[in-house]
Write a protein of this length. Structure first.
Length: 568
């Protein structure tokens, strides 16, 4: 069955793990697939163009007394670990992100290493997956062959999600609200200690991630700047669509608004020892996921590895700092918000017969917009913003989204545009400017391929609107095989873009500058002209450099710099 017919291959996904194009005439007996790490011997699998080691435990199972606690390094094993299968995904409910399959095993802290068949002292790229901190894994969704073929060692990881990874609650050990980030940090420590055994250079590690993974990259950077654990564990950082909610959640607010209700739902609000109560084996993983419901999570700040928020570090508020010696590459997609509207329609498209359920009335639009913008602490005038994005004849927006008042998709497209600009794009441009102002070597991109291959297979035809360059669609250009991309409908021009993006990412991992050695694309740092690299098939190379003002105008960032507010 092909990727395009499997819903499990919807978001951040490809078919199988570690696949890819390429040929390999070597037999398994000619290639050494065994190496030794700090915990013991490990044996991988010989695959076209690379050796893959899947399901290596980097931490002790976070169960029993280690549930709701900082992770501890994995212990030694006897004999040789056969690293030929991915480890368990961390607990999560079924969704379009994971093929609607629940994961219930809390023993889930595994990583995967993909290496070339020869070479030493190679750059290392560590991928941190996205999924709103409630879903996803470092497993079969990603096919890193094309990165590995550029003489790079690639590592992917699992980390705790949802309540188990990010519950801020009084009575839990320090670091609560951040345990998933601490998992990532421990995986990076494992890389420092062991990556040399796979031909990697522990002094040249790049962390990269998308969405919650990009937010994680920023969180790790903040931690490194504050010298609270991540310092020295990586040397470059790539942030893909991770600029959202840079203020994060203060610990005290998280304990009250998130932690207290969850603790009560699990029957531990009156327990003399909340941690012991939550760790009781009588509270099952299923009950924890039920208590989690449809909550989304972000790390909290104010203790542990995050004494400050991302925003405070980026703008150097108080004693917050940002690591000067870590180059950063960061970007966003033109139509980020359309993915989230599509996810709302997916369950209805699975009906027999399919029944699209777009946002097609003003009441639905107002309800969705209120829920979306209600988390903004500035007190936005949601009604005025809603009107501004629909009033095409007298709109204060630099780039009105819907020009036809009769367009049946006007409410959906307006909502998607608001989410793109307010949550992602304008924050990202602000972050590029803030980093550059601090002297951080920073490179910005703008992914604008509005015909990007869909991750939804035949369901795309049932959507009431085009996905465009939606959230997550750029991942496949770097972390899926050409075969998977073509199966999804990629054109020759899109494969060319994909190959160039891989070169950018690899060049950045090698030396902190994504410019190509052959001179066909010189990617200037943002501080040298406020330029972004536009990633779009029709324009490759130096011609793709555009002034950031183009992105700012397209996303109405001047409007969001001074949005309508409710009277105080």
């Amino acid at each position: 069955m092909s990727c395009s017919t499997v819903l499990a291959a919807t978001l951040l996904a490809g078919c199988g793990g570690g696949g890819g194009s390429g040929s390999d005439d070597e037999t398994p007996t000619q290639v050494n697939t065994e190496t030794t790490v700090s915990q013991g011997k490990v044996n991988g699998t010989n695959e076209p163009g690379m050796i893959a080691f899947r399901g290596i435990p980097y931490a002790q199972p976070p169960v029993g007394n280690l549930r709701f606690a900082p992770p501890q390094p994995a212990g030694a094993w006897e004999g040789t670990l056969q690293a030929d299968e991915f480890g368990n995904n961390c607990p999560q409910t079924g969704s379009a992100f994971n093929g609607f399959a629940d994961s219930l095993d809390e023993d889930c802290l595994f990583l995967n290493v993909y290496k070339p068949k020869s070479g030493n002292n190679l750059p290392v790229m560590v991928w941190i997956h996205g999924g709103a901190f409630i879903t996803g894994s470092g497993g079969e969704s990603y096919e890193p062959f094309r990165l590995v073929s550029e003489d790079v060692v690639v590592v992917t990881m699992n980390y705790r999600l949802g309540i188990l990874g990010f519950l801020p609650a009084a009575g839990l050990p320090e670091g609560n609200g951040q345990f998933g980030l601490l998992d990532q940090q421990l995986a990076l420590e494992w890389v420092q200690e062991n990556i040399g055994a796979f031909g990697g250079n522990p002094d040249n590690v790049t962390i990269f991630g998308e969405s919650a993974g990009g937010h994680s990259v920023l969180s790790q950077l903040v931690s490194a700047g504050a010298s609270t654990g991540s310092e020295g564990l990586f040397h470059k950082a790539i942030v893909q669509s991770g600029a959202y909610q840079p203020t994060q959640i203060p610990q005290a607010v998280g304990e009250t608004v998130i932690g207290a209700p969850v603790v009560a739902a699990l029957g531990c609000e009156s327990a003399p020892d909340v941690a012991a109560c939550l760790r009781d084996e009588g509270i099952t993983t299923e009950e924890i996921l039920t208590a989690q419901g449809d909550m989304w999570f972000n790390p909290t700040w104010g203790q542990g590895m995050l004494p400050h928020s991302i925003q405070a570090a980026l703008t150097q508020q108080g004693d917050a700092t940002f690591p000067q010696g870590v180059p950063v590459m960061t970007g966003n997609n033109l139509n980020e918000g359309r993915l989230f509207l599509a996810l709302d329609e997916i369950p209805f498209l699975l009906m027999d017969p399919p029944s699209p359920n777009p946002v097609d009335t003003r009441d639905e639009y107002d309800t969705e917009l209120t829920a979306l913008l209600g988390t903004d602490p500035r007190g936005l005038d949601v009604a005025q913003i809603g009107n501004d994005y629909l009033n095409t004849s007298n709109s204060p927006l630099n780039s009105p989204v819907v020009t036809d008042p009769a367009d049946p998709d006007r409410f959906t497209l307006a909502l998607a545009s608001i989410q793109t600009s307010w949550r992602f794009a304008c924050n990202q441009i602000d972050q590029v400017e803030s980093l550059s102002a601090q002297g951080v070597n920073t490179y910005g991109y703008w992914f604008t391929d509005q015909d990007a291959p869909s991750l939804f297979g035949p369901l795309t035809a049932g959507l009431s609107f085009d996905l465009g360059a939606a959230h997550a669609l750029e991942i496949q250009y770097v972390l899926n095989s050409e075969e998977t991309m073509r199966e999804r409908g990629a054109t020759d021009a899109q494969i060319d873009l994909s190959e160039q993006m891989i070169q950018y990412w690899v060049q950045f991992a090698r030396n902190g500058n994504p410019s190509l050695d052959d001179g066909t694309a010189t990617w200037t740092a943002y501080g040298n002209g406020s330029e972004l690299m536009e990633l779009e098939p029709s324009t490759l190379g130096n011609a793709a450099l555009v002034n950031a003002s183009m992105a700012e105008d397209a996303h109405n960032c001047a409007y969001w710099d001074n949005p309508p507010l409710l009277p105080r």
